[in-house]
Design a protein around this ligand. Structure first.
Ligand code: GLN
Length: 270
């Protein structure tokens, strides 16, 4: 089940890429025992846990997902303990700025706009936006077809930014991606613009029914771990990430969630 779903997600969402050079340079392990700013050994990491397969809450309440496994592996490599804190997606950057968390892993796209206020680790996965519509919709096939239509998005996301540029669109905003997709399944909007791997996972897992993804990926985006500007932890996280890409741990985690070998990653998003 997991493999089937994951392969599907990978093929559609992550397999379109050009070839990038793996930049797993060096592989020096991070300093141990002093990850968090001022809080020795503990790194407080924010996440918005309604974004499967990257982060979600299991039935028993535990946080699970690709991002969660990756962050824990980085912590293990660098010698700090990861303490996750659930926050609304649009509260994550303010929390980083206020210093109430040390980092964030939340399927967050590295964008020029966000780089004005926070720093990012090197890219850790490639994703991109996709348009979802009802299964029987034949009218909407591309971004242009969304003109004047009703679009649901998650607040504060790249999908919301993209929707804001569609002429005449009526946009409804939701706190999480699953809620936006449910609005579409309920027939209250014409489309959702959201990260492709997440929309495809929702459809393939049966969490949402009666939807399909149309056309090509609207964008190509890279996720990064966000940190406060000039944090000492950025280098530590980048070093640990390089090491686990190099030593196969990254690949193991990628296979667990996407059922395939990971595509190569660029060293920077732009
Ligand atoms: N990748 C999108 C963004 O960064 C959505 C992230 C999310 O909803 N967790 O805006």
């Amino acid at each position: 089940m997991m493999i089937k779903r994951s392969t599907f997600v990978r093929n559609l969402a992550l397999g379109l890429g050009a070839a990038f050079a793996i930049a797993a340079c060096g592989g020096s392990s991070g300093p141990s025992g002093s990850g968090g700013d001022g809080e020795t050994g503990v790194l407080r990491v924010a996440t918005e846990p309604a974004f499967p397969p990257f982060e979600f809450q299991a039935a028993n309440g535990d946080l699970e997902g690709f991002d969660i496994d990756l962050m824990n592996a980085i912590g293990e490599e660098a010698g700090f303990e990861v303490q996750f804190e659930s926050l609304p997606f649009d509260g994550i950057i303010p929390a980083l700025q206020a210093g109430t968390v040390d980092a964030a892993i939340s399927g967050m796209t590295i964008t020029q706009e966000r780089l004005q206020t926070v720093d990012f680790s090197r890219p850790y996965i490639k994703a991109g936006l996709a348009i979802a519509v009802k299964e029987d919709n034949t009218e909407i096939q591309s971004l242009e077809d969304l003109e004047g239509k009703r679009i649901a998005v998650q607040i504060g996301t790249t999908g919301a930014d993209q929707a804001a540029e569609v002429p005449g669109a009526v946009i409804s905003t939701f706190d999480s991606a699953p809620l936006a997709l449910q609005e579409l399944a309920n027939g209250n909007v014409d489309a959702v613009i959201n990260d492709a791997p997440v929309t495809l996972d929702a459809i393939a897992s049966g969490n949402i029914s009666g939807l399909k993804v149309v056309g090509e990926l609207v964008t190509e985006e890279f996720y990064g771990i966000a940190l406060p500007k000039d944090s000492d932890n950025t280098q530590i996280i980048n070093d640990a990430l390089a090491t686990i890409i190099d030593n196969g741990t990254y690949s193991e985690i990628y296979r667990k969630w996407f059922g395939a070998a990971p595509p190569e990653l660029p060293e920077s998003a732009f």
